[in-house]
Design a protein around this ligand. Structure first.
Ligand code: MLT
Length: 248
């Protein structure tokens, strides 16, 4: 089996999608917010491409059933209930609700993946939970692709480092595993930082931009490894918690 990491939406790479188990990583902050929303009891999360789509889709729900969430340039979309800070997705805000979510890079990286075997949403806060699922798939011989959402279609340091952590966790004790160059490069970045995620975020452009925009607290939340041990699975255009019927 083989592990690859790609940077940005992999629309031109069907061979890296079809039949594979895929993890979408947007550490700062969409993947982390999705984990928190589900961890705090959101019924489901519907990733959407634009704010207009969120508003249109919301009309299909009773007001009390739905939360409009997302950001543009890191700030809450005007008129929405929630932005994209993981700390906003509290139990009080999301329990039992459908969250319609649009973010600049994170949700955009989730489209066009229908040919995958499974798509999960990964970050540091659910590292071990998601790694277990991916390790099981890898042991069964399923190829893995980690998609780093990146920033405005460019490479982002924190997604690559997190992908490297997953590559190491998945490949651990596997004897027959091919690791693509992108995946190997990510493990080098992960090893450089180790547990110093504060330094990783301080070096990353997204981390710096979030501090400048007043979201420094979010960095701490996003760096809390295994603080939200859920497996968000994306199927039928919605993200839900992996239930017992879907265990692999
Ligand atoms: C994104 O999807 O682009 C990010 O999550 C941006 C953000 O930090 O809000």
């Amino acid at each position: 089996m083989r592990i690859d990491v790609v940077f940005g939406p992999p629309t031109a790479m069907p061979a890296l999608i079809a039949g594979r188990v895929i993890a979408v990583i947007d550490v700062l902050r969409a993947s982390t917010s999705i984990a928190f929303a589900l961890g705090n009891g959101a019924r489901n999360i519907v990733p959407l491409e634009s704010a207009d789509e969120v508003i249109t889709r919301a009309k299909q729900f009773d007001k009390g059933e739905v939360r409009l969430a997302g950001e543009r340039k890191m700030l809450i979309v005007p008129g929405f209930d929630l932005g994209n800070s993981p700390g906003e997705f509290t139990r009080e805000a999301v329990e039992g609700k459908t969250v319609l979510l649009t973010t600049t890079n994170g949700t955009a990286a989730m489209f066009g993946l229908q040919a995958a075997r499974d798509v999960v949403v990964a970050s540091y806060v659910n590292l071990e939970a998601v790694s277990v699922l991916m390790r099981t798939a890898a042991r069964a011989g399923t190829d893995i692709t980690l998609i780093c959402a990146g920033r405005d279609k460019l490479f982002s340091l924190e997604d690559a480092a997190c992908a490297g952590r997953y590559v190491r966790a998945i490949a651990k004790r596997l004897t027959k595993v091919e690791i693509g160059d992108g995946a190997f490069a990510c493990t080098v970045i992960d090893r450089k930082y180790g547990d110093r995620l504060d330094q990783l975020f301080a070096d990353s452009e997204a981390g710096q931009a979030l501090v400048e925009a007043g979201f420094a607290n979010d960095l701490e939340t996003c760096a809390a490894v295994d603080s939200c041990p859920v497996i968000p699975i994306f199927q039928d255009r919605q993200i839900t918690l992996l239930g017992p019927d879907r265990e692999r």
